[in-house]
Design a protein around this ligand. Structure first.
Ligand SMILES: [Zn+2]
Length: 318
């Protein structure tokens, strides 16, 4: 079962039951009148196919008709954010899907996206993500840095925020200072003061990510709406801790590569570095590690950094 919470006027948050866990993957719902007096029903990052039925049920329970969904906004095309969109569109014939130009081709032809995810998740692909259906180009609307979206009685501005993914964008409401952050502001689960940098291959970019953190900070948002998970009002603290940890973990992986360690050893080093602090901040709750791992596991994290160092900074490997 999904859980629905209202966050502010016209805005709700749905917790999707991902692999049986609440509070790890969420979607946002916006409603309001558009400029010509029609009602917009907007989803942001509606999640993977494995939670699509739960999302449809949650919409019904919230009193919304999925056939009336007008917009689906995608912060980036990773499967936990948008893998289910092709399937959802069967129930949302009116919806247009808004995605950055660099991500759009992978929605209409997901073959390379599936291939790249399969390298990370292997035989767990089906269990985690289910079916990944292509999205017909007629439903796709390309957005870029600076695009303004007048929807649901608001104006959301698109900012290109690479770092976690080359095509990642955020959606910012300048009037209410609410910022839909996707994954670029990190992973911070509810009830714990700990932000994890999600660094999957193939296009983690530390310099780009740091610039994106600067950009988000310069907007002075009142609240960050994280995909994993929920509202965060301590925005400065979160962003600074994210930046510190992003580079700290990067240095740990780099050192491992310079010492000619193999991937498994570097993963073990990272776990040894992270888990004591995470457990301490979690007050000893063992479930917290499992839930953080569902959003960004250590193997994926290390693989993303290794690829980054090898591709972007081969000079630092020697
Ligand atoms: Zn992601």
């Amino acid at each position: 079962m999904a859980e629905i919470n209202q966050l502010s006027p016209g805005l709700w948050h749905i917790s999707l039951p991902f692999q049986g866990e609440q509070g790890v993957v969420g979607a946002y719902v916006l409603t309001g009148q558009n400029a010509v007096g029609q009602t917009d029903l907007v989803l942001i990052d509606p999640g993977p196919e494995t939670t699509a039925q739960a999302l449809l049920t949650a919409l019904r329970e919230g009193g919304w008709d999925s056939a009336q969904v007008t917009h689906i906004l995608i912060t980036h095309i990773h499967l936990d954010h948008s893998g289910g969109v092709g399937t959802l569109l069967h129930s949302m014939p009116r919806a247009n899907v808004f995605v950055h130009a660099l991500g759009a081709p992978h929605l209409s032809d997901p073959a390379r996206l599936i291939q790249s995810a399969a390298r990370i998740y292997g035989e767990r692909m089906q269990t985690l993500w289910g079916k990944i259906e292509p999205i017909h180009a007629d439903h796709i609307q390309v957005i870029n840095d600076g695009t303004r979206l007048p929807i649901a009685g608001r104006e959301l501005q698109v900012y290109h925020t690479p770092g976690h993914a080359s095509h990642h964008v955020i959606f910012y409401d300048h009037d209410t200072r609410e910022l839909f952050a996707g994954d670029v502001a990190g992973v911070r689960l509810e009830g714990i003061d700990y932000v994890r940098p999600p660094t999957p291959p193939p296009d983690v970019d530390l310099e780009g990510w740091s610039r994106s953190i600067d950009l988000i900070a310069s907007l002075q948002p009142a609240v960050l709406y994280l995909a994993h998970f929920g509202a965060e009002k301590e925005t400065t603290h979160l962003l600074e801790e994210l930046r510190l940890r992003l580079f700290e973990w990067g240095e740990l992986v780099l050192q491992g590569l310079r010492d000619h360690k193999d991937e498994a050893t570097i993963i073990a080093d990272l776990i040894g570095h992270v888990e004591p602090e995470l457990q301490q901040r979690a007050g000893g709750d063992p479930d917290v590690s499992i839930r953080y791992d569902l959003t960004a596991n250590y193997k994926m994290t290390v693989q993303g950094y290794i690829r980054y160092w090898q591709k972007q900074h081969p000079e630092r490997l020697v």
